[in-house]
Design a protein around this ligand. Structure first.
Ligand code: HEC
Length: 189
């Protein structure tokens, strides 16, 4: 998959662009606020042998400005998660991993109360960055896992270093996340 082509002049203040009932992949998300990169993060303990992956998260600048003030996400927040393979052989590299140029996955978590109702959040997964995607249906486990374990408003702020401190200070951590933390056993290793 290719990184979506950037369209100069597309308003940064309007990160959500729909095509009928579908969402277009935000073309300029790589110019947004960098949130985090995880490596080989997994919801299960199963490891894919010999296959390492980076996932990086970006958020639209207006949402981050609001988060800094309030510790939570405003309406019209758009978060993008991109997945890239981890390469080790290339150029002068001898050890460690760098991100592959080819995109392996592109997912969006977007908040649009008028459009989606309820808490406003909806998930999308793009098979091709140039083709709009249909909203993932509400019975998918995207919704249940994010709602049950996301630290702030169904997003995984516990893994977003610059955001977690702010959320703690503003007291916006979700009750379910605080319960998760309370149940965590001290590290045995
Ligand atoms: C079992 C739990 C779980 C499920 C199921 C899940 N996610 Fe996530 N998701 C995570 C975790 C953990 C992160 C944090 C990733 C990081 O720190 O790099 C995350 C982050 C994200 C983000 C970045 C913004 C945010 O909300 O924090 C997007 C976008 C996303 N997931 C999309 C999806 C989509 C689409 C699905 C369903 C197809 C899905 N997720 C299913 C656990 C889950």
């Amino acid at each position: 998959m290719r990184t979506p082509a950037s369209t100069p002049g597309e308003a940064a203040s309007a990160p959500l662009a729909y095509d009928g009932d579908k969402l277009r992949a935000p073309p300029d998300y790589r110019e947004w606020i960098y949130v985090t990169t995880g490596i080989d993060m997994s919801y299960s303990r199963v490891n894919l042998p010999g296959h390492h992956m980076f996932d990086s998260v970006f958020v639209n600048p207006a949402a981050w400005q609001a988060f800094k003030r309030t510790g939570t996400w405003p309406d019209k927040t758009v978060m993008v998660l991109e997945v890239r393979g981890a390469n080790t052989k290339g150029s002068i590299n001898k050890r460690g991993y760098f991100q592959d140029a080819e995109l392996m996955g592109l997912e969006v978590h977007a908040k649009d109360v008028a459009r989606f109702g309820g808490d406003g959040w909806a998930f999308f997964a793009f098979e091709d960055a140039d083709k709009p995607a249909t909203m993932i249906s509400r019975d998918n486990d995207c919704y249940s896992c994010h709602k049950a374990h996301g630290a702030v408003d169904s997003t995984f702020v516990q893994f977003y270093p610059t955001m977690l401190t702010l959320a703690k200070a503003k007291g916006t951590l979700s009750a379910s996340y605080l319960q998760d933390v309370a149940q965590e056993k001290p590290a045995a290793q």
